[in-house]
Design a protein around this ligand. Structure first.
Ligand code: AGP
Length: 605
């Protein structure tokens, strides 16, 4: 939520800031702004709307230092006044901020009592005034003094007309990276804004600040103790952040899935012992045998991937497993068990609810591993070990290739845990071969896109859509409904197929289409019975199934996917539902990559 950028160097700052903001726009896109340091004054340009609007209204400038922001509103509606950067009353200090200041109401009242006139409804503006009033002898001392009064989360970048060679940044709960260049330094919420300029990245930790100048930086804690940082090299290239010939990032990322799954599997399948090789877990076989339960935590689609993972781990490794939204888990007082393996799953590695759940687990002594896409992200760094997804950068708000690689990584984890326990070498080999075949099979599903384009035409006329799946198919149905909701804004709801007759069947009519996940597995007969019940009530259907399953007389559209191993089938059934959501959203003319009210990385509570 919200993207921040900063630049200090020898080049004009405005084009670099605008480029960085465009690359971070997926984090928030209701308003955008930037501030550059001119001679003795800060020039601010900001506007409600997208970065391209900001670009049109921002004049050229020789300034070589500045900060920028793309906003996802929390306090105060999207408006020019609420857009960042925010200035102190004397215009000396400018601030951009990602996060939420919990005590902003009290701070606003205090500032008003001191005679400060607040010009926005944001929580952020208070920080600019607090820094200006702090009276420190340097900007970093003023920022430290101001932050001592602030409660909440922040990724923060501050500039000051009286210290025109530097940007002071601070991090607490919202991601912040430094990019180290040749006689220039960059600041960003995400490497997406940095890779065009440098691959040398420094991750700040919570409670850490940095003073950044063209020739370098130094870091320190909230109590002014110096810290030492290591620079890491980012693998992802600029090309991977480009849309290329595709109309949207989402469809590009859907089509990248064969390669993403290959990347996730690379070097991790052990054909000699028919298991997985997962060195990053930092758990040995003896420790793994002591695991009595697996608890998976994630949010949104990552939670649905976790439901798939729990189902697979229980089936393959015979360890009781379940998934829970991290956003719920962290607010109750869960029993933490010594012999439970906790698994946090997240594309961005920055989802605040998941991060806090991990921190709470660690505080209570639990062992937590992470299934994370972004290397070096907060969740990845908090976990004891894990499996990087290697999906490549995912830009579209609606997660596709990351979700599929989460499912792949859970399959690897289940295989490894299973082979340490009672999964036979023969069954291990069966799953290894199933995983090896997945990239080609996904490519085959993608070749059938035309049929889904056709189905999207009639589906887009609906107001509501039902998704049904049973056992292995249920997480697929939930994720399918989630995808449709996010980008088409149609109401979509997923049910276990088995639950239909216990209530929701009452809703079935010719106006309510159902998307049914029907693998040719041991539950096929039960699923077919449910389809007959829907057809008997004139419910239109799109059925995703295997060859040889006779549903053509029941359904308006039938999409067939290749057969995998039954445990892995959900990975393939998931792909047509992504394409369906995408094409419905296109038919409806929505902004697929930036759906209303959402942001890619949910770094606030
Ligand atoms: C997915 O399409 C959604 N945009 C959303 O549910 C997402 O999966 C969720 O916010 C978790 O994000 P994460 O994987 O980065 O933690």
């Amino acid at each position: 939520m919200c993207g921040i950028v900063g630049y200090v160097g020898a080049l004009p700052a405005v084009p670099i800031l605008l480029d960085g903001l465009a690359r971070l726009e997926y984090r928030g896109y209701d308003s955008a702004g930037l501030a550059v340091l001119g001679t003795d004054r800060i020039d601010v340009h900001k506007t409600v709307g997208r970065v391209r609007v900001l670009e049109e209204l921002t004049p050229e400038s020789p300034a070589t230092l500045g900060i920028g922001h793309t906003r996802w509103a929390t306090h105060g509606a999207p408006s020019d006044a609420n857009a960042h950067p925010h200035l102190s009353a004397d215009g000396r200090i400018a601030v951009v901020h990602n996060g939420i200041i919990d005590n902003s109401v009290a701070l606003r009242e205090w500032l008003q009592a001191e005679g400060v006139r607040l010009v926005s409804e944001t929580d952020t503006e208070v920080i600019a005034h607090l820094i200006a009033l702090a009276g420190g002898d340097t900007l970093e001392h003023s920022v430290l003094a101001a932050l001592a009064q602030v409660e909440g989360t922040y990724g923060l970048a501050v500039i000051d007309t009286e210290q025109p060679d530097q940007i002071v940044v601070a991090r607490n709960g919202s991601p912040l990276l430094l990019g180290v260049g040749e006689q220039e330094m960059h600041v960003a919420s995400d490497a997406a804004a940095l890779v065009r300029y440098t691959r040398q990245i420094v991750h700040l930790d919570d409670g850490e600040l940095a003073t950044v100048r063209a020739d370098g930086f130094h870091t320190f804690t909230l109590d002014a103790q110096a810290t030492r940082k290591t620079t890491v090299t980012v693998d992802w290239s600029l090309d991977e952040y480009e849309r290329g010939a595709h109309e949207h990032f989402m469809i590009k990322e859907i089509h990248e899935q064969p390669e993403a799954v290959r990347g996730c599997l690379r070097g991790r399948l052990d054909t000699r012992f028919q298991t997985a090789h997962l060195g990053g877990l930092n758990i040995d076989a003896r420790e793994a045998r002591e695991v009595r339960r697996v608890k998976i935590l994630g949010c949104g689609s990552a939670y649905y991937a976790g439901q798939f993972g729990a189902q697979l781990i229980e089936e393959v490794a015979r360890i009781p497993a379940d998934a829970e939204p991290a956003s719920e888990f962290r607010y109750r007082n869960p029993v933490i068990e010594r012999d439970t393996l906790y698994v946090a799953v997240s594309q961005s590695g920055e989802t605040y609810d998941t991060l806090v759940a991990v921190q709470e687990l660690k505080r209570k002594g639990a062992r937590v591993i992470g299934l994370v896409n972004v290397v070096g992200s907060s969740i990845a760094r908090e976990c004891h070990g894990g499996i990087y997804l290697h999906a490549g950068p995912e830009v579209a708000v609606a997660s596709t290739k990351a979700l599929t690689t989460m499912m792949t990584a859970f399959s690897l984890l289940g295989l490894w845990l299973g082979r340490i326990r009672d999964l036979s070498a023969a069954d291990g080999g069966r799953l290894v071969r199933g995983l090896q075949a997945l990239p080609e099979q996904i490519a085959t599903v993608l070749e059938g896109e035309e049929a889904i384009v056709d189905a999207a035409q009639w589906m887009a006329k609906a107001q509501n859509v039902f998704y049904v799946g049973r056992v292995r198919g249920y997480p697929v149905a939930r994720e399918g409904a989630q995808k449709l909701k996010e980008i088409s804004y149609l109401h979509a709801e997923a049910y276990q197929t088995s639950e239909l007759k216990h209530g929701p069947l009452a809703l079935i009519s010719s106006d309510l289409p159902t998307v049914a996940v029907v693998p040719d597995d041991e539950l096929l007969d039960r699923n077919l019975t449910a389809l007959h019940e829907i057809a008997a009530r004139s419910g239109p259907m799109l059925v995703v199934t295997h060859d040889g399953v006779d549903v053509d007389d029941l359904a308006q559209s039938v999409i067939r996917v290749p057969r995998s191993e039954a445990e892995l089938d959900p990975l393939l059934f998931n792909i047509p539902l992504q394409l369906l959501a995408y094409h419905v959203a296109v038919v409806l003319g929505h902004d697929v990559d930036k759906p209303r009210n959402l942001a890619k990385s949910v770094t606030v509570e």
